[in-house]
Design a protein around this ligand. Structure first.
Ligand code: MOS
Length: 686
């Protein structure tokens, strides 16, 4: 195997003047240096998903850190040394580093409008008009982005931690102009994911090309500092929210306009306003969205990509409005419930947000709260703040296929669409299979993320369990029918393996496929081609959303102003809970990420050279175990049988949504300060 290292561009915009590789080739162990000349011309007029140009090597530089060459060597050390010796020259151009730069281009998206927000605001009894800000943030899983490509016997095999193995297969084939039929992608377990690994990485086709050109396996583990400049990240966004309530404490209007940083050709949507429009029964809504196109790599999905910043802003604004009219923040939210999707009047498949709020309030002990800011103290003199916020996330589903084989030798294999990244999708599948089939649980093999086993859809947006669990349930049903047909009334004892052995049948296989409610059959074809095959949250008969309520206690030390979060209660409505332990773990993970997003994480832009300054874990600060207090998780656990046969809805992303607002609202309650920009730090409380 050969090792590779990318050479990043030192300039933010321009083009390569010279790219000498001779010095690098003289480093002992260096085998080859790939340059833009090693790639076939881009297939026209193909647009690559959320990439300004096909993710390969180019002479045109669109952002600082863009790779200009790949050094391939016998050892990692030789590759690193070789990369140091590639020193290109550039013809530089002026660039925009931030939304406020002179060269930033403002672009408005089509708004979401229902009712008449301006008119309703004009007749409201109480209003707020506030602006909130969420910073640029980067994914920092421990597992770095890595690709290993093998070119052998006319086949290209790519091993990469990805959330979308079939999409990666198709896109890499298109970039390299080879038949996707000769490409296999294997991603059995993904470290990280959460959106960072939902795209073809900038490096994937480059490493694959290196394997094809050298005829040897090539491995690239991209260093963290480069990942900050190459991977998808959460863009900086600003949210201006105007809310109006009538004399009865009903919210009658919301006017919500957000903007975000965007790359020149990026397609990461700007519709932050979509989630909050379905959180309460607000009948007059204006949701506007703006992109500022600048010279960075394209932003992308990072856990609860729109809903986290949106609900941070929106749920803080709701808290401000509750205080303005003197309402209890929990009661105020409960009074603004809805039974329908306010966007279109359609029924909601299920909604237990009020149950989340009241059960959470009870478990948290909310009735002991005194509403006056600064009115609660801990025994050590710390200011105590209790905050609440709600969250919602669309329930989405994908076309899914599965193949279940039970063998007389005691093994079972279930190969299906979707990927495991620690969210526990295998555990959820196993729970369904073992619930319905008498098989040996110790020899059950669940195969995911492998294009040779099943077509792979992007696993993201909390649709993994929603999609795959009903498919597993269908496979169980078909297997039971096939088995009873096979036995034809004979009484055979033992588990299914023993029954098959008794009738001398080596194995029994069933193949199933499943679509979301109302999803057209063409989605299965898209699934097979590595294209998006996703439906929801509006289905023909209903809209489907997941919900959560967070109750958070913060303590602010009176002298140092250090902010701590000793106690959280989160109650979620995600339909039926199939796997309680992994579900609770998802919620704790979401709350911890919200803690990071609210109190720690921000990527600093370098306005002089473009790119990011604090591109390591010493300067990009994430939570550690010592930061995290008690997180109590509960579920309403009411099956949503309109959504699917098992009654599950998505959970992963909604877990994080609103938790940042609960933290900021708690800090207000502790200190009387409304802090409207994340992350909130000690210096903001001095
Ligand atoms: Mo998630 S941000 O859709 O992987």
């Amino acid at each position: 195997m050969l090792h590779a290292i990318l050479v990043p561009s030192r300039v933010a915009k321009g083009h390569l003047a010279t790219l000498p590789v001779e010095d690098a080739m003289r480093v002992p162990g260096v085998v080859r240096v790939l340059t833009p000349d090693d790639f076939p011309p881009p297939p026209e007029p193909v647009r690559f998903p959320n990439a300004d140009a096909p993710p390969t090597l180019h002479r045109e530089i669109a952002f600082r850190g863009q790779p200009v060459a790949l050094v391939v060597a016998e050892t990692l050390e030789a590759a690193m040394e070789g990369a140091e010796h590639v020193v290109p020259t550039y013809e530089e151009q002026t660039f925009a580093a931030t939304k406020r730069s002179a060269l930033a281009v403002r672009e408005e998206a089509r708004p979401t409008v229902f009712g008449d927000a301006e008119a309703a605001l004009a007749r409201a009894n109480a209003t707020v008009d506030v602006e909130y800000e969420s910073p640029t943030q980067h994914h920092n899983p421990i597992e770095l982005i890595s690709t290993t490509a093998v070119w052998a016997e006319g086949r290209l095999t790519i091993y990469e931690g990805t959330q979308f193995a079939s999409g990666l297969k198709e896109v890499v084939a298109r970039i390299l102009r080879i038949d996707p039929g000769i490409v296999d992608v294997k991603s059995p377990t993904v470290g990280g994911a959460f959106g960072q690994k939902g795209w073809v990485q900038q490096q994937t086709a480059i490493v694959a090309r290196a394997a094809m050109l050298t005829g040897r396996p090539v491995k690239l583990v991209t260093p963290r500092g480069q990942i900050f400049h190459l991977a998808k990240f959460r863009p900086n966004s600003t949210h201006r929210i105007r809310l109006g309530a009538d004399a009865d404490g009903r919210m009658i209007a919301a006017h919500y306009v957000s903007d975000q940083q965007q790359s020149r050709g990026g397609t990461f949507p700007s519709n932050y306003h979509a989630g909050p429009s379905r959180l309460y029964g607000i009948e007059n809504y204006y949701g506007g969205a703006v992109d500022y196109r600048i010279d960075t790599q394209p932003p992308g999905h990072m856990r609860a990509p729109h809903e986290h910043p949106a609900c941070f802003a929106f749920e803080c604004a709701v808290d401000e409005l509750a205080y303005r009219i003197g309402a209890d923040p929990v009661e105020f939210r409960i009074a603004n419930d809805t039974r329908v999707d306010p966007q279109n009047g359609r029924a909601l498949s299920s909604r237990y947000l009020n149950e989340c709020l009241s059960r959470g309030a009870q478990r948290f002990g909310w009735e002991r709260r005194t509403p006056e800011p600064g009115s609660m103290r801990a025994s050590d003199g710390s200011l105590v703040g209790w905050g609440v916020a709600s969250g919602t996330y669309p329930a989405l589903v994908t076309a899914t296929v599965a193949s279940l084989r039970i063998s007389a030798d005691g093994t079972t294999r279930f190969a299906t669409t979707h990927h495991e990244f620690g969210q526990g999708i295998k555990t959820a599948i196993a729970a369904v299979l073992l619930d319905g089939l008498e098989i040996d649980p110790t020899r059950l093999d669940i195969v995911l993320g492998d294009t040779t086993a099943a077509p792979q859809q992007i696993t993201a947006g909390s649709w993994g369990t929603f999609s795959v669990v009903p498919t597993a349930a269908l496979a169980v049903e078909r297997m039971r029918a096939a088995l009873s047909e096979l036995l034809g009334g004979r009484q055979v004892s033992g588990n299914i393996h023993q029954q098959l052995a008794a009738i001398r049948r080596p194995y029994l296989t069933v193949d199933v496929s499943q679509l979301g409610p109302g999803q057209e059959a063409a989605a299965l074809e898209r699934l097979r081609r590595g294209q998006y095959a996703i439906a929801g949250p509006t289905f023909p008969e209903f809209t489907s959303m997941s919900y959560i309520a967070h109750f958070i206690e913060v303590r602010v030390e009176p002298t140092t102003r250090r902010i701590r979060m000793p106690r959280v209660v989160s109650v979620a409505d995600c339909g039926r809970v199939v796997s309680p332990r992994t579900a609770a773990s998802q919620v704790r993970g979401g709350v911890i990420w919200a803690f990071g997003a609210s109190l720690r994480e921000a990527t600093e832009v370098d306005p002089r050279y473009g790119g990011f300054l604090n591109n390591d874990l010493a300067d990009y600060v994430v939570p550690v175990n010592a930061d995290i207090g008690e997180i109590e998780v509960d579920f309403i656990n009411e099956p949503d049988l309109l959504a699917n046969s098992v009654g599950v809805k998505g959970l992963g992303e909604v877990a994080m949504v609103g938790a940042s607002a609960a933290i900021a609202n708690a800090i207000f309650h502790a200190t009387g300060k409304r802090l409207r920009e994340l992350p909130i730090r000690i210096e903001h409380l001095l």
